[in-house]
Design a protein around this ligand. Structure first.
Ligand SMILES: Nc1ncnc2c1ncn2[C@@H]1O[C@H](COP(=O)(O)OP(=O)(O)OP(=O)(O)O)[C@@H](O)[C@H]1O
Length: 249
């Protein structure tokens, strides 16, 4: 079997008397989109926080690219390529898309550029940053100030910045939130291609997007994974239908 990029095992998180994560075990494999769905308050965000390190688990392990990262800081995990994509990156709205990605490239490669002359530095940075923008289909928008990009294009820019920072997995917490139907459709098409760059753990309430994209779905209810399977398996699962999907199935 292919080694998972991310492996979570027996994860537990308590908030006082509330067990928000109750023995969660799941993995993320190369090239896949693994969707995490469940009702409000099921513990999806709490799980994402523990994976990226903003919350510390009470028990259980988190392995990423073969390393136990459960005791590492947010910055140390990000350095390994594990970041919460739409939260860690902060876009500078007045800078062009290109300049934003250049800053991310610089942050990653930082000190190694001091050996180059300034003009080389600029060329090198521009080429690398342009390549990142091309990878997220934003090449034609490189010179546009980030503030003028559409909501969906800003998501693409954030992904380009994450790629520049060396992401080896994407943790996407409700990327469709705040998007109209057209925006959701085009972001869905984009995420469909993004899985080839790095696998995606996708928390999303938009079931059309989840069913269109997910290779596997895990259903979280009261902090527990009640089922993991393909779209068809999850849609057919009677427990899932009762606990969450209802008419969506
Ligand atoms: N910092 C905290 N302190 C105390 N309780 C918390 C904290 N964060 C989350 N919770 C509780 O933990 C449970 C899980 O919340 P969480 O936000 O992870 O759910 P969710 O599945 O992401 O919900 P939604 O779909 O509404 O975003 C909820 O009952 C919530 O009230």
């Amino acid at each position: 079997m292919v080694e998972p990029v991310l492996e979570i095992s027996g994860l537990v998180k308590n908030f006082g008397a509330l067990r928000a994560t109750d023995g969660v075990t799941l993995d993320l494999r190369p090239g896949e989109i693994h969707a995490l769905i469940g009702p409000n308050g099921a513990g999806k965000s709490t799980l994402i926080h523990q994976i990226c390190g903003t919350l510390r688990q009470d028990a259980g392990t988190i392995r990423f690219v073969g390393r136990d990262v459960g005791a590492l800081s947010v910055a140390e995990r990000a350095q390994l390529g594990l970041g919460r994509t739409f939260q860690v990156s902060s876009i500078a709205p007045d800078f062009s898309a290109l300049r934003n990605v250049m800053l991310a490239v610089q942050a990653k490669q930082g000190s190694s550029f001091r050996f180059f002359k300034p003009v080389m530095l600029d060329h090198s940075l521009i080429d690398t940053a342009m390549a990142m923008l091309e990878r997220v289909n934003l090449g034609a928008r490189a010179r546009i100030p980030a503030a003028e990009l559409s909501h969906g294009e800003r998501r693409q820019l954030e992904i380009a910045m994450a790629l520049a920072l060396g992401s080896k997995a994407f943790l996407l917490d409700e990327p469709m939130a705040g998007m109209g139907p057209e925006g959701s459709k085009s972001l869905t098409r984009f995420l469909d291609t993004l899985r080839h760059e790095a696998p995606i753990l996708l928390v999303e309430h938009d079931m059309d997007a989840v069913f269109a994209l997910a290779d596997r779905i895990s259903v979280l209810v009261y902090g527990r994974v009640i089922a993991t399977g393909t779209v068809e398996e999850i849609r057919r699962d009677p427990t899932v239908r009762t606990a969450y999907l209802g008419d969506h199935a």
